[in-house]
Structures are given as structure tokens and as C-alpha cells.
Design a binder for this molecule. Structure first.
Ligand SMILES: Nc1nc2c(ncn2[C@@H]2O[C@H](COP(=O)(O)OP(=O)(O)OP(=O)(O)O)[C@@H](O)[C@H]2O)c(=O)[nH]1
Length: 330
């Protein structure tokens, strides 16, 4: 009976999210355009592209004009389409595993054949082990034109910020190099990789080098909703989007996808569609409160209020760390 009541309540939750006329134009840092230009100039030295995405974001959202490199500006796309290409869907440990087959089918329909799901956090990941053999096979099955005489292969890793490009490079070195220490700086904030085109060896035999690049995000994303999903996955600096609306969109998404583990996590009793209510509970449970002075008719008093922004930040971080379950933002 209680479950039925809860389900009845959930069915009344929002089915559409109100973005309040937000404009995503200023969400993306300007260094990307420069990075893109530099990458384009260096593409002629590249034998294979490793395109990395966050497995939690549906390709329906990012799919643009080309099945390959879906969210990349068109001038870059043309150059990429002629090269062997491996698509890596990273952070599998945070994505809903049940979405994997559907995503693979969808990509196959669009003609994207070379796809691997990875988890760069694992010390040894079976799919990361497959990258070198796959890439070598892809490169050797095609003519290399002006690079015939080169005895090494050069790869380029591309992807939007914070999807794990540097982590992938480190994981490749860990897996394939005898002295495979960290070569690329990893960070929780988007835009860590700013030094352009450093060559990093990731395998001794065959000799394989990688060009680390800054994250590439299309300056134009189709919808605010796609932008919001990218923001939740840590691709855009939180303060540019706003933690409060991100937390609200996260709650809306968890409810829509029926991922209700937040209810127990924050002792809510039942799912809620009211972000203020949820944030208040989080703030109280985690002691995220602030003291505010109030002027009353009988003098000044200090009251303790929930710190909604701190609670929103915690909620978003919990999602990113996988503490609210494995979720694909479809
Ligand atoms: N859970 C999980 N976290 C990951 C994985 N790969 C990377 N991360 C984390 O994601 C964050 C970003 O990783 P980076 O490797 O710095 O990403 P990047 O694409 O190089 O980032 P930019 O330099 O901003 O372009 C870091 O906190 C990593 O620890 C993964 O497979 N699973």
C-alpha cells in the first residue's frame, strides 16, 4: 500500500524541466578555440584518433552531423573523419551498466564500429589493455601516405573537458610501459589540460606516442539540457552554470530515471520533487548550516539556517562520485 502511494506521488513529478530561459553561450571557456586550431594544425602527424566521452551522457544528446566525433565543430570533423578512430566511453564505473548494449547498438547503426567502455580509475582495466592492439590493427589496415617511413605511431586523444583524457593516458602508460608512471596531470575541475600537444610515449612495442590535448567542447551545444548534463558530469565549471539549478536538474533526472537511492542516503522517507526540501534534509543531515542575523521587532537575533548552496554542492559531488548509484543521463 505504502509503495503504491509512493509510486502515485512519483507519477505527479515534473516531466519537463524548466531551464528558465538560460543561455549556455558563456558556459565554455575561451581557450578551447585556440586549442582546436593548434590541434588541427598538428593532425597531419596523427595516425589514429582516440575520442573519449563520458559514458554517463547519452549519444542522443551529443549526436550532431557526423557519426564520428559527434560534438566536434565541422572544420575539425572533416580532418578527423579520414583517420582511423576509436571511441572510448569512459567512467563506466559511474554509468548505468544496463544502458551499455543500447548505446553500442545505437552507435553501430550510425556506423561507429570501434568502441570500448573503460574505467580509468581501475589499476588494470581489461578494455584499456585492448586499446593498443585495436589501434595498431586499425592503423596497419590502412595506407599511411606521407608517414610510411616513420617507425612509430602517433595518436591523438580528444574529448570534452574532464572526461578523463589525462587519466586514459596515465592508464595506457600504466598498462603498456615498464616504467609507466604518471605523465599527464589529472584534475577534478574541467580545463586542467591546457598545455597543448605534448607527446607522451604510451607503449614501447609498437612504439606508440600520444598527443595530449586540452578538452574540446563544441562552442554550440544543441540544447540547454545537453549543457546541463555536461555540467553535472563536471565538464563545465559549476559556478558558471549555478549549483542550485544543477542540483534541481539532478533531482529531476534521478526521479525520471527512477534512481531513488538518494531517498535512503538522506533519510528522506520517500522520493521528492522539491529541491528545497531535499537540500534542507541534506543540510541538516550533514550539518551544513549557517548562522544568519535577523532583525526583529524585539531586537537582533541569530538564527541557524540550512546552507542550501553547500548542500547543493554536496548533492552534485555525491552524484559525480557514484554515491547516488550508477546513472546514465539519458
Ligand atoms: N570514476 C571515474 N573517474 C574518472 C575516470 N577517469 C577519470 N576520472 C576522474 O575524472 C576527473 C577528470 O579526469 P582527467 O583525466 O583530468 O580529465 P581530462 O579530460 O584530462 O580533463 P581536462 O584536463 O579538464 O580536459 C578526475 O577527477 C579523474 O580522477 C573513470 O573511469 N572513472
Amino acid at each position: 500500500m505504502r509503495l503504491q502511494q509512493i509510486l502515485r506521488n512519483v507519477s505527479k513529478f515534473r516531466t519537463v524541466f524548466d531551464f528558465g530561459g538560460r543561455d549556455i553561450a558563456h558556459w565554455f571557456p575561451g581557450h578551447m578555440a585556440k586549442g582546436l586550431r593548434q590541434m588541427k594544425a598538428n593532425l597531419r602527424n596523427v595516425d589514429c584518433i582516440l575520442e573519449i566521452h563520458d559514458a554517463r551522457i547519452s549519444f542522443n544528446d551529443l549526436h550532431g552531423t557526423s557519426p564520428v566525433v559527434p560534438c566536434t565543430p565541422s572544420f575539425f570533423q572533416e580532418s578527423l573523419n579520414i583517420r582511423p578512430h576509436l571511441l572510448i566511453l569512459n567512467k563506466l564505473d559511474l554509468a548505468d551498466p544496463s544502458s551499455k548494449q543500447r548505446v553500442l547498438k545505437q552507435l553501430e547503426k550510425s556506423g561507429v564500429e570501434n568502441v570500448l567502455f573503460t574505467d580509468c580509475q581501475r589499476q588494470i582495466d581489461a578494455n584499456i589493455k585492448k586499446i593498443v592492439p585495436m589501434v595498431t590493427q586499425l592503423i596497419e589496415s590502412r595506407p599511411r601516405y606521407h608517414k610510411e617511413e616513420d617507425t612509430y605511431y602517433c595518436l591523438m586523444v580528444i574529448g570534452i573537458p574532464n572526461v578523463g583524457k589525462s587519466s586514459l593516458i596515465n592508464a595506457l602508460r600504466r598498462t603498456n610501459m615498464k616504467k609507466g608512471g604518471r605523465a599527464s596531470k589529472v584534475g577534478g575541475e574541467p580545463g586542467i589540460t591546457k598545455a597543448v600537444l605534448t607527446k607522451i610515449q604510451v607503449c614501447e612495442r609498437p612504439a606508440l606516442f600520444l598527443v595530449d590535448t586540452p578538452g574540446v567542447l563544441p562552442p554550440k551545444i544543441e540544447s540547454v539540457e545537453t549543457g546541463m548534463k555536461l555540467a553535472l558530469c563536471g565538464t563545465i565549471l559549476d559556478h558558471l552554470v549555478g549549483e542550485d539549478i544543477m542540483a534541481d536538474y539532478l533531482l529531476y533526472s534521478l526521479n525520471r530515471l527512477e534512481k531513488f537511492s538518494y531517498v535512503d542516503q538522506y533519510d528522506l522517507g520517500e522520493p521528492s520533487d522539491d529541491i528545497q526540501h531535499v537540500l534542507k534534509r541534506i543540510a541538516v543531515k550533514l550539518g551544513k548550516t549557517q548562522r544568519v542575523k535577523a532583525i526583529t521587532g524585539v531586537g537582533n537575533i541569530t538564527i541557524t539556517m540550512p546552507n542550501y548552496t553547500a548542500a547543493a554542492y554536496h548533492f552534485i559531488r555525491a552524484f559525480r562520485r557514484g554515491e547516488l548509484g550508477r546513472v546514465t543521463l539519458d
